[in-house]
Design a binder for this molecule. Sequence first.
Ligand SMILES: *Cc1c(COP(=O)(O)O)cnc(C)c1O
Ligand code: SF4
Length: 441
Amino acid sequence: MKKTLKTCALHNYREIPQIAKLSDEMLEAIEIVGRVLPFKSNNYVVDELIDWNNIETDPIFTLTFPRKEMLEKKHYNAIKKMLDNGASKAEIDKKVLDIRLSLNPNPAGQESNVPMLGDIRLKGIQHKYPETVLFFPSQGQTCHAYCTFCFRWPQFSGMSGLKFAMKEIGLLLKYLLLKKKVTDILFTGGDPMTMSANVLAAYIEPLLQPEFNHIRTIRIGTKSLTYWPYRYLTDEDSDELIALFEKIVLAGKNLSIQAHFNHPVELSTEAVQKAIARIRRTGTQIRTQSPLLKNINDKPELWSTMWRKQVDLGCIPYYMFVARDTGAKAYFEIPLDRCWMIFRRAYNKVSGLCRTVRGPSMSDHPGKIQILGVREIGGEKVYILSFLQARHPSWVGIPFFAHYDPKATWFSHLKPAFGHQKFFFQTDNWKERITTPFDFE
Ligand SMILES: *Cc1c(COP(=O)(O)O)cnc(C)c1O
Ligand code: SF4
């Protein structure tokens, strides 16, 4: 069952037959919100994942189609007014840019993860934790569809100053040769699986040479199993891609697909199940991760079902994230104690094989901060937190305490508990330290 990718976006979504199911209000929302947040879907998502009979609440529709509530009312109304009054493209573009800039387009200080090689700033690399280097291949800075909650959205919106991308594999290799503590390279984006097999091979094959023996694991972060499983089945170069996976594994590397799955429906089609099986037969591991998202997956049963299904299919549950404070966050955010409750209720319903998952975790400037729970200590209600990853590795695994705030949805909203002025890691020079993390040898 070969399928050819047909994407839809603002200019052509009206050609999808299912669009007839949408109300005028929903169509208007697509026109307006779709100008500010990235909008792209495709024929697999539309034909096989979305339930068009329950469109008001369908999680996969919400995942790729803009809805009115994703923009603040004042922003929504401003764009609507401009469109109604026939404003020029230049005027609208300017307003759109203003709105985007107000939506925290580059959260968690990602800029400060960009390393130097001599005096060259390696814009396509982020190196925050000693063992793992993120690489953003320039040809992989798009996705088969766009998630409405995406925190990488400046990358797709033509805000090119913020685009982390780099063609020069040579610089990456030079950097990795110098950094012998690096064991993992994570290709990310966008979605690196939008690249052709031969472009991907050009990036990965040099790493199979003996001088890169310290690189033990090649990871690929991708949502292609949700958005385009045919990538591994019937695309022109899918056989070549599978052969590349085999080659990487035969060369003695771990190949790990870091697959984004947000909802159990994404694991239900014949295509995704076949794609997972085909990838697994190459010896590649598949680990899964997702943010917790209001209006998409904010129910414990969805997570326990999803983890179980993943383990059934041979995948390894890996991370549950708190949705980032960016873009349409007001539509997706969940108070931290509710994130913890959802995690706990899902986690205690599954066997140990699913409990490889860790979370809920906030990826913020200092590191990945896990919410261990809410307790009352000495008469004060507190969050207990701990770093799963930290800019300074010695911070990892030390429980610490924040004053309980029922409205907090992100780490930056929390204050230290017990009247302390600072969290334990906020020593006098903690900011200096975290802006120069690249002296790992
Ligand atoms: C999450 C993350 C990693 C990978 O962390 P692991 O815990 O090893 O999966 C690497 N770099 C950055 C910037 C990250 O946010
Ligand atoms: S697949 Fe990942 S990078 Fe692409 S839009 Fe979704 S969250 Fe963003």
